[in-house]
Structure formats: C-alpha cells, structure tokens
Design a protein around this ligand. Structure first.
Ligand SMILES: Nc1ncnc2c1ncn2[C@@H]1O[C@H](COP(=O)(O)OP(=O)(O)O)[C@@H](O)[C@H]1O
Ligand SMILES: [Mg+2]
Length: 259
C-alpha cells in the first residue's frame, strides 16, 4: 500500500490526516461534512471544503447563511456544537480539540466585534497575545508595520476608532504563530478610506502566505483578496470555485450575494 492508501485506510487514526484518493496534493485544511447545532437549532448542515496552504478563501452568502457559525465551528468554540464531521489542519484533527487547543495549534479567529480587551493599552493587548507559545512577530516588528499602533501604544485599546481596533485585532494575530486565520467581516462598520487601509494590511498578510478564510458582506472586496470562494446558503455549500468564477457569474451574484 502507498502512504496515501494507508492514510485513506486509517482515516480515523488521530494524528494522520486523511487524504482523498483522487485529490492530488493533500489540502492544508479540510472540512468534511461538518454538522453543527446551537442547542436544537441545526445550523451548519454538511459543509465540506478544502484549502491549500497559503490560499485565501472568501466565505460568502446572505445574512444568516451560516458563515459566522462555520468559522466558530472551525475555531472549536463551544457553540455551535459539532455533532458530525472531520476538520483537519496541517495533519492535526481539529474536530477532536477544544478552542484553546485549536488556538495553540495556530487557529486565529478575529470575530466581528474584534474583542479588544477593555482597560488594557494597545501595548498590553499585544503583550497578552504573546503570553502563550507559539509566538509570532515581535512587538517591535508589529510597530514597524503598524505605525498607527506604535503612536497609540499607551492608549487604551477600546478608545481607538473602529479601523484602529481592527488593526490591533490583526496585529494581535501576527503576534502569534498562526496557521489558519479566520476573519469575520473585517471591513464591517468602517469608512471606505479605512477599508482601503485594512485591505492593504490584509494584502500584506496574504504575501506572508498565511492560509485565510475571510467572511465579508462586502463580497467584491473579499473576492479581490481571495483565490477561491465558497458560497453558503441555509447552512449548505451552494458554490465552490475560484473568486474569478463568482465575479463572472451574474446569476450567482444576484441570487446569493446581492452584487
Ligand atoms: N447563538 C445562536 N443560537 C441560535 N441560533 C443562532 C445563534 N447564532 C446564530 N444563530 C442562527 O444561525 C443562523 C446562521 O447565523 P450566522 O452563522 O451568524 O450567519 P451569517 O454569519 O452568515 O450571517 C441564523 O439563522 C442565526 O439566527
Ligand atoms: Mg456573521
């Protein structure tokens, strides 16, 4: 048996990433048939997709389609609860992990509300993200890339503008050694000029080769950044293809993205 065949045969062995028989190079991230519930509410209804290392996937769909729930399932938050399916990241079984274990492995979720810690300065927010291994960028390096944060290092994080708080949320991620970045609506509530600034930062993160899933209502902005796109509707995948295919497909855009 080849290694790939063995891995297929050993699909359920922890620590060995299952490889799809037909599928070329194994994906860096795979979600297979995820089903997840908030209590009795069945929300994530059999979602499967792969991401190659360094790729950016735009996760799109109408309000309430299940995008945030899908990110939370991958980050192994307590809610929604994964009842079925497998989630693999860099040969590790995320489906068997709690959120703190996923975070330690390198899953970084930037939630919609950004979760800047109240009462702490910018500097303290950054230091706190480096309390646990594995560390990423040094704080000095972060300040070189985010001069605005350097200027505000002694300011309380939650008193900054929305755009600056989004920068801090992204900087905190870079302060850790991240394998999979999960961005939930990074442009939400930001003025167009700030959106452009965050776009530049995300482009920089893309150049670093960090594998990313970006959820955005601003589908055009997300598709500009993304290599691939996945569209969800009512908790199911209705499209999986390239970002360009979505931009070229008027019907798809009208039906699910209102663009
Ligand atoms: N904590 C929760 N408890 C119960 N249902 C929820 C909860 N959070 C979200 N939902 C429901 O799950 C569905 C998907 O929500 P969500 O994942 O937030 O969608 P999206 O991010 O695509 O707008 C919606 O019908 C929403 O009402
Ligand atoms: Mg959402």
């Amino acid at each position: 048996m080849s290694i790939a065949d063995e891995q297929v045969a050993n699909k359920s062995v922890p620590g060995i990433k299952p490889v799809k028989p037909a599928g070329g190079a194994p994906a860096f991230f795979s979600a297979w048939d995820m089903h997840a519930y908030y209590g009795e509410s069945y929300i994530v209804q059999g979602v499967s997709f792969d991401i190659r290392e360094g790729e950016i996937l735009a996760l799109l769909g109408r309000n309430g389609a299940g995008k945030t729930s899908t990110l939370r399932t991958i980050a192994r938050m307590d809610d929604p609860k994964l009842t079925h399916g497998e989630i693999w990241l860099d040969h590790q079984p995320l489906h068997d992990m709690k959120s703190y274990q996923a975070a330690r492995l390198g899953v970084g979720l930037v939630p919609e509300d950004r979760r800047i810690i109240q009462g702490l300065t910018v500097q303290e927010n950054l230091e706190l993200s480096q309390i646990a291994e594995p560390k990423g960028w040094s704080i000095e390096r972060i300040y070189e890339h985010f001069p605005r944060l350097a200027e505000r290092r002694n300011q309380e994080g939650t008193t900054m503008s929305g755009g600056e708080q989004q920068m801090l949320a992204l900087a905190r991620i870079l302060a850790r050694d991240i394998k999979l970045l999960l961005l939930d609506e990074p442009y939400e509530g930001l003025a167009p000029v700030i959106v452009q600034e965050i776009e530049r930062i995300l482009q920089g993160i893309k150049e670093l080769g960090i594998t990313t899933i970006i959820v955005e209502q601003n589908a055009v902005a997300a598709l500009k950044l993304a290599d691939r796109a996945l569209i969800l509707d009512m908790g199911e995948v209705v499209f999986d293809g390239t970002a360009q295919e979505v931009l070229d497909n008027v019907e798809l855009r009208h039906e699910y993205l209102a663009i």
